[in-house]
Write a protein that binds this ligand. Structure first.
Ligand code: PMP
Ligand code: GLN
Length: 381
């Protein structure tokens, strides 16, 4: 028997894989892992085919396809009126998760502290730990999951190296406001603390609210890695393509790691996405598309006993089942699959301490027929 020392002894298979597998085994409607059940635009898949036929089949440049980087710069300027230099400040990655890993690996040294807000996307804490960093956690509370920045300040020490933001937020659908950003600016003023801003749901924000990207605030932009994912924007999570925006000094460090953990990412898809995004309507208006789904699903759930939490962004809807059962959320989620045929994610999975507020998360990036069938089953809960 080989004697190896696990670098992540407390970690098992992610909740997303576990729930999707269980859903398949029990033939349940899968509203757990976040991905659409409809196809992406055929115009886009035709462009991938064309890119392959046109010869985009060998390594792309290490930081990304030039046309794609330029197109990302144009999209960012259109949306936020901010210029990022495609040569020195934009890197195309194998999805948001790789970009997060790479940014952390580029910055975090053993003993460095990183502040995260839980519930949190499940890759943050293990990645920090893998790098020898220490996770400092601020626990957000339902139903609004707001941040008291004075309490965040109490987590600061001389070893605080980075803060990870995520707005719109997975799993709660909460968003950061202008006041949040102003408080954060005050907090980090005069420090060397960096920010990793996970904005993979930037386009999924509802009711006319405006996404408060760190890009909009010069004091934040100058110290931030901004993470984006084409999986969300193009309804193609399996393509695993995204990008990182960061000032030149940070991008230099980012690329030192990027070139050795992937070197470069899928070439024909980069070329296809670049061509596809030449048409602004291909990235504008997806908030409306998802808002309709959110409203439809919330209306359907209104006739169940599940209690809806607010959803201001992302494609996730959380509900409380406090009034129905005192089971642990993991047990309740498993029972929902086995007895009612609907798969969800227990929100305790997003806390390192498995904090259980009796809340589960649904993904509503699904055909309306799928949402209607799921809601029909959930009426019996
Ligand atoms: N951050 C958050 C908050 C996410 O929900 C996800 C997953 N979709 C990612 C990052 C990773 O995105 P990708 O699938 O592009 O790796
Ligand atoms: N981000 C997706 C979710 O929250 C899933 C990502 C994954 O499967 N790793 O459901």
């Amino acid at each position: 028997m080989l004697n190896i020392q696990s670098k992540l002894p407390g970690v098992s298979t992610t909740i997303f894989s576990v729930m999707s597998k269980l859903a398949a085994e029990h033939n349940a409607i899968n509203l757990s892992q976040g991905f659409p059940d409809y196809t992406c635009d055929p115009v886009l898949t035709d462009l991938v085919n064309k890119a392959m036929k046109d010869g985009f089949n060998q390594y792309a440049p290490m930081p990304g396809n030039n046309l794609l980087k330029e197109t990302i710069a144009e999209k960012v300027e259109t949306l936020y009126n901010i210029k990022y230099n495609p040569d020195t400040e934009i890197t195309v990655t194998a999805g948001g998760t790789q970009a997060i890993f790479t940014a952390l690996a580029a910055i975090i040294n053993p003993g460095d502290e990183v502040i995260i807000f839980e519930p949190a996307y499940d890759s943050y804490a293990p990645t920090i730990k893998l790098l020898g960093g220490l996770v400092k956690t601020y626990e957000l509370a339902p139903p609004h999951y707001t941040i008291d920045w004075e309490m965040v300040k109490k987590l600061f020490t001389s070893s605080t190296r980075m803060i990870i933001l995520n707005s719109p937020h997975n799993p709660t659908g909460s968003i950061l406001s202008t006041d949040d950003m102003k408080s954060l600016i005050k907090l980090i003023n005069g420090t060397d603390i960096l920010i990793l801003s996970d904005e993979v749901y930037e386009h999924l924000i509802y009711d006319g609210q405006k996404h408060q990207s760190v890009m909009l605030f010069p004091e934040l932009r100058e110290r931030s890695f901004v993470i984006a994912s084409f999986g969300k924007l193009l309804h193609a999570t399996g393509w695993k393509l995204g990008y990182c925006l960061a000032p030149e000094m940070l991008t230099k460090e980012f690329r030192k790691v990027h070139q050795f953990n992937v070197f470069s990412v899928n070439s024909p898809m980069q070329q296809a996405i670049a061509n596809y995004l030449q048409v602004p309507k291909h990235y504008l208006g997806i908030d409306k598309f998802f808002q309709e789904k959110r409203d439809y699903f919330r209306k359907l759930l209104g006739s169940s006993r599940l209690q809806l939490l607010p959803c201001n962004g992302s494609y996730f809807q959380c509900v409380s089942y406090n009034n129905i059962s005192d089971e642990k959320d993991v047990d309740f989620s498993i029972r929902l699959i086995k007895e009612f045929g609907v798969a969800t994610i227990p929100v305790s999975a997003f806390y390192q301490k498995s904090t259980d507020h009796k809340i589960i998360r649904f993904c509503f990036a699904k055909e309306n027929a799928t949402l209607a069938s799921a809601a029909e089953k959930l009426k019996n809960v």
